[in-house]
Every structure is written in structure tokens, then in C-alpha cells.
Design a protein around this ligand. Structure first.
Ligand SMILES: [Zn+2]
Length: 255
């Protein structure tokens, strides 16, 4: 939106410089078109803000945004385990229901990862770089590849305890226990992605959200946000970053 406005202003400035030359009319038309686009984008945003679920706040714990632009030191909260995997205690119930739901639908799922400490994330990061280097990549290439899929230490939402890597068990076992985006071709993974919002989870790193999240598409990484938020985010294809930004705008307008 900002970019569109800048383009519009630049065009107006250009008209001024060229003053009176034939391209002036076309430039004016282009400027009008881009300002119409800006208004449309603003209207769409306003409409979304007016439809946001009631009683949800940007400061709710379940909506904590941790990414490469919003890093945190080790957070403190109560933890429990599901099948030996630590998660934030507050999501044990919904996550268990999600896994049970998958099983009942005929698609048993495996909880691969939940809470990870900042320290552990650093290990994952270092190991990823090392393994790319072992494959013959340069240090620069290894860093670039790692950045695509591994969250930077202090910037992984696994440290919130609200994230869960969940895989269709059959696909996971048949594919060497790997987390690969093509797992979304499996009926069981499709079920998880489709039904996650029923249990308060969203697929956190979508194909269309890569710019907003800073992480490439991951068909296995689910994030607890609560049912109301999950339904809204899914319906409007919003990343957590975009959703929280809308909530903040609503709160600012209410002040
Ligand atoms: Zn994950």
C-alpha cells in the first residue's frame, strides 16, 4: 500500500518536471489509477478490521508473535508433555483433541516437535548449516538455505510452546521421518491442514504468507491461536503477523 502511494507521488512529481509535455495526461491517469487502488486496499483492510472476532486482543498470549523480526529470550511458562514431547501446558487439551481427531478420522498423526528452548534452536541452526556445508555448499549458501527453513535462534515460535510440528504418521514413516512440504499431498496431512482450525490451530507458514512470516511454506507446522482467531485467519488467509496487525489497528482506533 505504501509502495503504491509512493509510486503515485513519484508520478505526480514527474508530471511537474515534464510540465506541459504530452505524457502529462497519461501520467495523471496512472496516478489516479494507483490512488484508486490504495483506497480499495484501505477499504478492504477497514472491512477486515470491522469483522475481527470480538474479545480477542493483540496482547493475548496465544497470539504472541515470534519471528526473525521479533526475537525473544527464553520465555517462562508451565510445560507438560504429550508422548514425551514438551509443549506449553495450556495447549495440551486442544493439541490432544487435534491428534485424537486425526486418529478418529483414520489418519493417525505424529507429534514431531513442540516446545524448543532457545539453546536447542541454536543447536538446530548450527547443525543445519553444518549439514549443508558437509554436502559441499559454501558457508554463504549454507546460511541462505538454513534461513529458508530454520528459524533463527530467539526467533523461533517453538520457544513459545504454542507451536507443534504434526505429521501424518504413515507419510512420515514412509519418508524417512522427514519434514517436507510435499507431505501435503498425503490425505492424512490434508486432513490435518483442513481441520486444524476446528481445534484452535492454524498452519503457520502458508505458501502465500512467506513474505509476511519470513519462513517458507511448511505443511507440518501448526500454531495454537484459539478457535475464534483460527477460524478468522483461515477464512481470510491471514498470517499471524497480518492478523495481529489488524487487531492492533482496531485497538488504536478504539482509543
Ligand atoms: Zn515447526
Amino acid at each position: 500500500m505504501k509502495k503504491t502511494m509512493i509510486t503515485g507521488l513519484a508520478l505526480i512529481a514527474l508530471t511537474g518536471l515534464l510540465g506541459g509535455c504530452a505524457t502529462g495526461t497519461n501520467t495523471k491517469k496512472a496516478a489516479t489509477a494507483s490512488s484508486t487502488k490504495t483506497v480499495k486496499t484501505q477499504t478492504k483492510r477497514q472491512k477486515l478490521i470491522s469483522e475481527l472476532p470480538k474479545g480477542v486482543k493483540s496482547t493475548d498470549t496465544a497470539l504472541l508473535v515470534v519471528n526473525k523480526w521479533h526475537k525473544y529470550n527464553e520465555l517462562r511458562f508451565s510445560k507438560s508433555t504429550i508422548n514425551g514431547i514438551p509443549v506449553r501446558s495450556s495447549i495440551v487439551k486442544p493439541l490432544t483433541a487435534f491428534l485424537d481427531g486425526a486418529k478418529a478420522a483414520g489418519y493417525p498423526a505424529t507429534l514431531v516437535s513442540g516446545y524448543r528452548s532457545v539453546e536447542y534452536q541454536k543447536t538446530v541452526w548450527d547443525q543445519s548449516i553444518q549439514s549443508y556445508e558437509n554436502q559441499g555448499k559454501t558457508a554463504k549458501q549454507a546460511l541462505k538455505l538454513t534461513q529458508e527453513f530454520v528459524a533463527v535462534p530467539r526467533g523461533s515460535e517453538h520457544q513459545t510452546g504454542l507451536a507443534a510440528d504434526v505429521m501424518n504418521t504413515k507419510w512420515f514413516n514412509a519418508n524417512g521421518s522427514q519434514l517436507l512440504s510435499k507431505s501435503d499431498q498425503a490425505a492424512g496431512q490434508k486432513w490435518l491442514i483442513k481441520h486444524a482450525p476446528d481445534y484452535g490451530f492454524v498452519l503457520r507458514f502458508t505458501k502465500t504468507g512467506e513474505k509476511s512470516t519470513g519462513i517458507e511454506y511448511e505443511s507440518w507446522h501448526f500454531r495454537y491461536v484459539g478457535q475464534k482467531s483460527a477460524a478468522f485467519m483461515t477464512k481470510h488467509n491471514l498470517t499471524l503477523e497480518q492478523y495481529v496487525s489488524l487487531l492492533k489497528a482496531r485497538e488504536k482506533a478504539a482509543k
